[in-house]
Design a binder for this molecule. Structure first.
Ligand code: FE
Length: 352
């Protein structure tokens, strides 16, 4: 390509000159490319995001407006982004990784793709259980994985805890999403952290024994099954409930907050970390701090009907109407550490 261009520009020159020139042109071009892609830009941050564009762009625009720092982003699923970060290694253009679920952020940290950030702003804005103890990732919004029940088929007095869904009284009344989804792996991992492996396995076996149908492909499908009366209760992230109820407000579904007298509701996060080899660390930390701030927290949580991670910020009115609840305060790093154990446990228990 470059040779062709040189020939075009130097039609009468000798072959030797042409080739020398093309070498120097190539060298200059390469140095220039290195400069463009691998040099720090105080006024730019590159983000790899597993959150889709419509969930991140409003915050990035607000950040650019406030700071003048541009945000470039690529969206893809978390597996693809982690593989890409790993393959790019030291040459990655990415400064920040945004993804859902502490299990995914933990995996990125384990793979050496993230770098610790010491920031008083982040420490003050994000509660300790929602961030990595080694400061490699920070929760930015909370997703509550809770019980949703059919209001025509379940008496409120029947509901109490996640563990209780293993009781024979729920035989043929429970629907669950597949155990392949990281959300359920994290939930079971946190149950292992709390009860130990043997007790957690007993609970999961109880759930499986109570299933009304094979595990379902996603949370929305599980909600539709409950709404249709094919089962009475399920376990989902509340934003799926929110999306469905916005479309069909008359469905006989309601939220129940379990474990309010003991461990609290299982929460997980959407969050972010700074990449180990990013070139624009200062600007990236500024963006991360901005995302934890009052200004961005409403946007970050509200666009997906999640809860702000920053406890000083209130949830959107539609979400707040589901009631307040006590969260499980155990650090989410446990969801990552026990993820493999959880997957094996669910397999043994016959939870597909
Ligand atoms: Fe989700």
């Amino acid at each position: 390509m470059i040779n062709i261009n040189l020939r075009t520009f130097l039609p009468g020159s000798r072959v030797m000159l042409r080739s020398n020139l093309s070498y120097s042109f190539v060298t200059v071009f390469c140095i220039f490319s290195l400069f463009v892609t691998n040099t720090a830009h105080a006024d730019q941050v590159v983000v790899y995001s597993a959150r889709i564009e419509q969930l991140i762009k409003p915050m990035f625009d607000a950040f650019t407006q406030e700071t003048g720092i541009k945000v470039k982003y690529t969206t893809d699923n978390e597996g693809a982004l982690l593989a890409r970060l790993q393959a790019e290694g030291k040459n990655t253009p990415a400064d920040m990784l945004i993804t859902a679920d502490a299990g995914n952020l933990w995996a990125a940290a384990q793979a050496g793709l993230l770098k610790p950030v010491k920031s008083e702003i982040l420490e003050s804005n994000i509660p300790a259980h929602l961030r990595d103890p080694a400061n490699e990732w920070f929760g930015l919004s909370i997703r509550a994985r809770t019980l949703i029940y059919n209001t025509r088929k379940v008496k409120l007095s029947e509901l109490s805890t996640y563990e209780d869904l293993a009781d024979p009284k729920w035989k043929n009344r429970l629907c669950l999403r597949t155990s392949k989804k990281v959300y359920n792996q994290s939930l079971v991992a946190m149950m292992i952290a709390e009860h130990g492996e043997a007790e957690a396995e007993k609970i999961v076996r109880g759930w499986v024994a109570n299933l009304a149908t094979d595990p379902l492909s996603d949370d929305t499908r599980a909600l539709e099954f409950v709404a249709a009366g094919k089962c009475d209760v399920t376990l989902v992230n509340t934003y799926y409930f929110g999306r469905l109820m916005k479309k069909e407000p008359d469905l006989p579904l309601a939220v129940f907050w379990p474990n309010q007298n003991n461990s609290g509701v299982h929460v997980n996060i959407s969050g972010a970390g700074i990449t180990r080899y990013g070139r624009n660390e200062q600007a990236a930390v500024k963006l991360l701090e901005f995302l934890s701030s009052d200004k961005a927290q409403n946007l970050f949580a509200d666009v997906n009907m999640e809860y702000p991670a920053n406890p000083r910020i209130e949830a959107d009115a539609f979400v707040a109407a589901w009631g307040s609840f006590k969260q499980n305060p155990m650090n989410l790093v446990r969801a990552g550490e026990l993820q493999t154990t959880a997957v094996k446990l669910m397999d043994r228990a016959g939870y597909r």
